[in-house]
Design a protein around this ligand. Structure first.
Ligand SMILES: *Cc1c(COP(=O)(O)O)cnc(C)c1O
Length: 458
């Protein structure tokens, strides 16, 4: 089958010299600012000093900055250049297989050392901590992608890294642990014997499967107790989303080279960072009236934070140690089914992205995992790349758009983030190919039970 067309290239690369040198902060461009995080005891807004035991001032200032553009330090650009700028692809062979008039573009972040978009924030986080004399970073990881990104990043600046990996994936994904250890990190199965909270959970259930919420509690407690250590979060927070905007800034330049602008942007949302990273620069263009894409968050049906959660103040973790965040939440007690997209199994959502959703600037859609893996197989067979389970959600949404364009007989330009490869997620594909992967129903009762634990605020 020949898919040759004469309307432009299959992939667009930027030169290193064309790499953006600033991150984009969307907050000053929004019609209203997002509600502040609250102190869990007093319910008063927290200030920079309250966060100082957990984060370095350089990152805290980015969390609250009113600047639209923040310079990327040279020491970060040097490390970004190991894999950035990342390629933008036009999925021509997939378009041909679908026989759609739509154009499908994807920005590929699987080219990073850790195989996902996560090093885009892990590197600046390690950089600012190192610059302020921090010698150890602690964190949690679900599927292991964030832990490996932070292990790689801390190795670049010579600081220690201690990771709590959710027990279920620690058992299922031994190779992620090996990757973290290659880059020098120390990895615990969470709940662990290393913290009081972990010991209390293990006493109740020695086979506790863990959850991101539990692992966050353990990593936070360890950092708070060590004056030379700080905590690092791979998603959700404003500064994390801002670091990821390098994805969208590059994609804007790449599409401009082709004279293209997206009609629809779809991205998967766990905590919201890869989605925000791709879409916020386009949202800026939309708010300024320079383009008008529909921007849609895609979440798993098993963890439908936007489409079935509530917009409430809730804890970011299971142990109720974090500040209260106004966000779309299923309740901090919610433990999602063990679906294969581990990175999308978080009970909450970025407060900034939640606010933008409330403002009506982005939409949301939940898709069950079988459809996502079917889309991934079709993608892999035509484009070659094996996607991580998380972006298969965005891919399934892109396929729905391509089909809608075909039905309507109209051109449509679709943009998505292929935010990671799935080379360490082959057991999930094996389950799908052998017919063992099923969709699980999430009952209203299960959601109501977890929501009952959300604190009453205001
Ligand atoms: C962590 C991860 C996600 C989910 O996190 P976001 O902050 O929503 O991006 C999605 N995809 C991949 C590949 C990940 O590693």
């Amino acid at each position: 089958m020949s898919t040759e067309r004469d309307d432009g290239p299959t992939k667009v690369n930027l030169d290193e010299s064309e790499m953006p040198t600033q991150w984009y902060n969307v907050i000053p461009d929004l019609p209203a600012p997002p509600p502040p995080p609250l102190h869990p005891g007093t319910h008063e807004p927290i200030g920079p000093d309250d966060l100082a035991p957990l984060f370095p001032m350089g990152l805290i200032m980015q969390e609250v900055t009113g600047e639209s553009h923040v310079d990327i330090p040279g020491g970060v650009l040097d490390v970004y250049r190991l894999w950035r700028p990342s390629p933008l692809y036009r999925a021509r062979r997939l378009e041909a297989a679908l026989d759609t008039p739509a154009k499908i573009f994807f920005k590929y972040e699987g080219v990073s050392p850790a195989g996902s978009h996560k090093p885009n924030t892990a590197v600046p986080q390690a950089f600012y901590n190192h610059a302020e004399g921090v010698t150890k970073l602690t964190t949690e990881t679900g599927a292991g992608q964030w832990g490996s990104a932070l292990a790689f990043a801390t190795a670049q600046y010579g600081i220690e890294c201690e990771v709590w990996q959710v027990a279920a994936s620690y058992r299922q994904k031994p190779y992620r642990k090996t990757m973290m250890e290659i880059w020098g990190a120390r990895v615990h199965s969470s709940p662990s014997e290393a913290t009081e909270y972990g010991r209390s959970l293990l006493a109740e259930d020695p086979d506790h499967p863990g959850s991101l919420g539990v692992a966050i509690s353990e990593a936070v407690a360890t950092a708070a107790a060590d004056p030379n250590a700080r905590y690092s979060l791979g998603s959700v927070l404003n500064h994390v989303l801002m670091h990821q905007t390098i994805i969208g800034e590059e994609a804007l330049l790449q599409l401009a080279k082709l004279g293209e602008a997206p009609d629809v942007i779809v991205g998967c949302t766990g905590g919201g960072s890869n989605f925000a990273g791709l879409s916020f620069p386009f949202l800026r263009e939309k708010l300024a009236g320079r383009m008008d894409p529909t921007i849609r968050c895609i979440e798993p049906a098993a963890c439908p934070t936007f489409t079935r959660g509530e917009y409430r103040y809730d804890f970011g973790d299971h142990g109720m140690m974090t500040p209260l965040l106004k966000m779309h939440t299923l309740g901090h007690d919610f433990i999602p089914q063990p679906i294969h997209a581990g990175g999308l199994r978080y009970h909450g959502m970025s407060p900034l992205l939640s606010h933008i959703y409330e403002l009506g600037l982005v939409e949301a859609l939940a898709i069950p995992q079988e459809e996502c893996f079917a889309a991934a197989i079709q993608f892999a067979r035509s484009e070659g790349i094996v996607p991580a389970p998380e972006p298969t959600h965005a891919l399934a949404a892109a396929l729905r758009e391509a089909e809608a364009a075909k039905q309507a007989g109209e051109e449509r330009t679709i943009l998505t983030a292929m935010c990671g490869h799935g080379h360490l997620d082959l057991p999930a594909y094996e389950a799908y190919l052998s017919g063992a992967l099923v969709d699980v129903d999430l009952s209203d009762d299960a959601i109501a039970d977890a929501m009952a634990g959300v604190p009453a605020v205001g």
